[in-house]
Design a protein around this ligand. Sequence first.
Ligand SMILES: C[S@@+](CC[C@H](N)C(=O)[O-])C[C@H]1O[C@@H](n2cnc3c(N)ncnc32)[C@H](O)[C@@H]1O
Ligand code: SF4
Length: 260
Amino acid sequence: MAEARPSYPEPNDGLAVYVHWPFCLAKCPYCDFNSHVRDDVDDLRWRRALCAEINHVAVEAGKRTVGSIFFGGGTPSLMAPETVAAVIDQVGQVWNLAADAEITLEANPTSVEAGRFAAYRAAGVNRLSLGVQSLDDAALGFLGRQHSAGQARAALDIARRTFPRFSFDLIYARPDQSIAAWRRELADALELAGEHISLYQLTIEKGTPFYALMREGALKPPAEPAAAELFTVVGLFNLLLFIEKGVFMSLSVEREDLEQ
Ligand SMILES: C[S@@+](CC[C@H](N)C(=O)[O-])C[C@H]1O[C@@H](n2cnc3c(N)ncnc32)[C@H](O)[C@@H]1O
Ligand code: SF4
């Protein structure tokens, strides 16, 4: 049987490019993304490999106009800014990179990474997506994050001053999260918001430490209808965004039934 080939858009369609950086400082106990902790990432080798991959895809996809590039992870804010610049440059070499292309990079808000934001901007990134996850230190500890709420606020401040556009992620439906606490957190988020916020319901993924803890009974995510109630608060939040900021901001809302 013929091997299945990747399908590319029709020749005149625009192209969106996704670049995955599969490394993190530490593995968060809820995360089942393709992300790995390594001390010795050879950035130069990855730079060459990513550019070679872009050349290869260009042969398959043909001449296109690229409307967006997204650096996702893992933690792309661990990439050398020179690698980010080289990838953007390579995309521009093999395709027509639209003058108004959106170039997003996912970042974690440790102070070291926030120190690199200006270099990413200089490399051509014009939108930052920040993994804040929570504005509460205890919740960040529970989620195994490497940053505090203060560091997240500081990183948001730098993002606001550095990039034309930025967004951030929060994880809700954490064990014991009350409606009142979630409302407070959303009100804080409202103060800090740029043009987009992504709100993800905590999903317990098979194979993660959180999954093992849930099976042992040591971690109890909110059951329905508590999770549904937390989700309802998100609708109210959207309305608040409209009333307080005068614009309708897009929200990504993921709501899944938790596997018990
Ligand atoms: C590719 S991930 C990570 C980006 C970045 N490394 C970080 O952690 O900030 C994108 C987003 O997915 C969300 N996410 C990942 N695993 C999740 C889970 N099990 N449940 C809910 N949200 C999750 C987090 O909000 C995270 O910011
Ligand atoms: S949530 Fe982000 S930082 Fe944490 S392990 Fe997953 S990709 Fe890495």
